[in-house]
Write a protein that binds this ligand. Structure first.
Ligand SMILES: CSC[C@H]1O[C@H](OP(=O)(O)O)[C@H](O)[C@@H]1O
Ligand SMILES: Nc1ncnc2[nH]cnc12
Length: 269
């Protein structure tokens, strides 16, 4: 088992493959295989931080093949208890234009065939997931973004599709008609696996496109996602550093108590 070297984890998404230069690389083995890449560990804004690019630094893992369990397990084994999860998302409403930062408070799982639990034998463990994200992390992320001059969207529902294809126009319009506001491919099972490890998990969604349903036109392309994300990645990185600085160290949220009273079939790192 790795020793405690970090308290905050950052999982970078599409276009967010590295964090800061002066980090050390740690190779972590897990019962679920290796994480997407060696974990970069270092001190950021006075806090110990571990970074992993969820697709790998060369984007070799498509959303349905990301080793989600290994990534979260590796972070926890390094001592991480709070996870910040930036990602590129499509907007399902004209109210959230390109470049918007959103911190959703709900998710809808439309994935299939992804392993979404650590507890699949030995005992049945059912974690609460009514509110999938850390309330303190969300509140701090929104406040920090405002202070940094962003105009963040506080709340909304992220629908996570299986991918790797983007949505059809009809699917996109249907998601929007449900009142869901953002669409991505990686928010599940990442958030629930974090919850199953009693970690705090805070999404930071950058809108890169208007998906397929809002506007006439060709619909979203991969090129558009990367281009828009690249235009915003430096400010997003700066914001993540500010969030690392401001996240309260004492976890007075419910997240650490997720597994209280449960007899786990596995030993957590
Ligand atoms: C690069 S286009 C689709 C890709 O972008 C998003 O990645 P991430 O969530 O890791 O930022 C989306 O979920 C897809 O994986
Ligand atoms: N429109 C979209 N649909 C799914 N995932 C995305 N990631 C970025 N934009 C997306």
């Amino acid at each position: 088992m790795a020793t405690t070297t970090a308290e905050i984890g950052v999982i970078g998404g599409s276009g967010f493959y590295s964090f800061l230069d002066d980090l050390d690389e740690v190779t972590v083995e897990t019962p679920y295989g290796p994480p997407s890449d060696p974990i970069a560990v270092g001190t950021v804004a006075g806090r110990r931080v571990a970074f992993v690019p969820r697709h790998g630094r060369d984007h070799r893992y498509p959303p349905h093949k990301i080793p989600y369990r290994a990534n979260l397990w590796a972070l926890r084994s390094l001592g991480v208890r709070q996870v910040i999860a930036p990602s590129a998302v499509g907007s399902l409403t004209p109210a959230h234009g390109i470049g918007t930062l959103a911190v959703p408070d709900q998710l809808v799982d439309r994935t299939y065939g992804r392993i979404q639990t650590y507890y699949d034998e030995g005992a049945a463990i059912h974690v609460s997931f009514a509110d999938p994200y850390c309330p303190t992390g969300r509140r701090t992320a929104v406040a920090t973004a405002r202070e940094a001059g962003w105009d963040p969207v506080d709340g909304g529902t992220l629908v996570v599709i299986e991918g790797p294809r983007f949505s059809t126009r009809a699917e996109s319009q249907w998601y929007a008609a449900q009142g869901w506001t953002l669409v991505g491919m990686t928010g599940h099972p990442e958030a629930v696996l974090a919850r199953e490890l009693a970690l705090c998990y805070t999404p930071m969604c950058l809108v890169t496109d208007l998906d397929a349903g809002i506007e006439e036109g060709e619909g979203v392309t991969m090129e558009e996602v990367f281009r828009v994300f690249a235009q915003n990645v430096d400010r997003l990185r700066t914001l993540v550093v500010r969030l690392i600085e401001t996240l309260p160290a004492d976890r007075s949220c419910p997240c650490p108590r997720t597994l209280d009273g449960m007899k786990l079939p596995i030993e957590l790192p």
